[in-house]
Design a protein around this ligand. Structure first.
Ligand SMILES: [Zn+2]
Length: 354
């Protein structure tokens, strides 16, 4: 395993950022058609989302053991903390890891959506967050497997997957032990995942290699699910995926079976904007199955007054995927994600909320 340090110059003199990259070299990686697939794993692009960071921390000794035993077949690149800019952003004591304060841009939007998997097409200039994005693309493009580890507010473990990779990626979902998969087909905002799959959508099939390609945003539950036991089980899931896809050799591990969790298109998600501002009393939690008309939440908008509560009901039957971690809400803010059995009447296509 080799460790190197990436440095990104800041937008003002005297400021720069750095992050480590770990590389394992595979013995059957020569870039040929028969070579083992290569993998890239990053976490904390949204810099405060740490379940993936501690999962990587738990995974590294497992990879080092595999390396010592000569079982790593394909190249593996690991970036445990992909966003040193966001990691350093605090505003009045609160960490701000989702948006770059200098440009108000979401760190997981505005990635270049290249026409082909060619890093020479990446823009060389821009603000520091744009240069970080180009650098992460340089590190990841060309890998067969690209995993971007995030988390939600409170939620189940789930994946976003482009429709072109499903159901081919069902083994990955099963290996990782996630509970749901959300399928999407158009990214106009430039998420990292979108930038990882878009270059392969219009190239010849022998370049795209969708039979072995993996690109996904992994939502490792909620922001508070930074926990030793979960980190260990998530690391096991990542390891199972790498073995299932032939990056690591481990004949003791059985092949993952078919995926048995929830699979739904993005358009089935109801986000449930709050009708009033106030304190949220949730009546459901992630994983709950609800019927149409079920009580999802109560907004206490005028405490102590008659008619001071507003109920929010399920517009359709489905599964609760996520809910907010804070209990204060403004009118129009989304209360939760309900994965409906049917297309949402409020479908917001193209928006991966990751
Ligand atoms: Zn995120």
């Amino acid at each position: 395993m080799q460790k190197s340090i990436e440095r990104i110059a800041g937008d003002s003199e005297g400021v720069s950022y750095e992050f480590p990259v770990f590389r394992f070299e595979g013995f059957r990686f020569d870039g040929s058609d028969k070579a083992a697939p290569s993998a890239y794993v990053q976490a904390a692009l949204h810099a405060g989302e740490l379940p993936g960071v501690v999962a990587i921390d738990a995974l590294m000794p497992v990879l080092e053991k595999a390396e010592a035993e000569g079982r790593i077949k394909g190249n593996i690149t690991i970036v445990p903390q992909a966003n040193p800019i966001g990691r350093a952003q605090y505003l009045y004591g609160e960490h701000q890891g989702r948006f770059h304060l200098g440009t108000r841009t979401n760190f997981n939007r505005g990635f270049p959506l290249l026409a082909a998997p060619d890093v020479t097409l990446l823009p060389a200039h821009g603000t520091v967050d744009q240069r970080l994005k180009s650098r992460l693309m340089q590190l990841s493009i060309g890998h067969d497997i690209v995993l971007d580890l995030h988390c939600d507010d409170e939620g189940l473990a789930y994946l976003y997957v482009h429709t072109s990779l499903w159901p081919a990626m069902a083994d990955c979902a099963m290996a990782m032990g996630v509970e749901a998969v959300i399928l999407w087909d158009e990214d106009t905002d430039g998420t990292f995942e979108g930038a990882s799959i878009t270059p392969y959508l219009n190239v010849p099939a022998d370049v795209a290699r969708f039979d072995r390609r993996v690109a996904t945003t992994v939502e490792y539950r909620g922001i508070l699910d930074v926990d030793g036991a979960l980190a260990g089980s998530d690391a096991e899931g990542l390891y199972r995926l790498l073995v299932a896809r032939g990056v690591i050799l481990d004949q003791a591990l059985p092949a993952p079976g078919g995926f048995t969790g929830v699979v739904a298109p993005l358009e089935n998600i109801d986000m449930m904007p709050a009708p009033r501002a106030g304190a949220v009393l949730y009546n459901v939690k992630p994983g709950d199955r609800v019927a149409k008309g079920a009580l999802l939440a109560t907004i206490v908008h005028a405490p102590g007054e008659a008619d001071g509560r507003t109920q929010v009901l399920a517009p359709q039957a489905g599964i609760i995927l996520t809910r907010r971690s804070r209990r204060i809400i403004r009118a129009g803010e989304d209360l939760l994600k309900l994965v409906g059995d049917r297309k949402s009447a409020d479908a917001r296509s193209g928006t991966l909320e990751n």
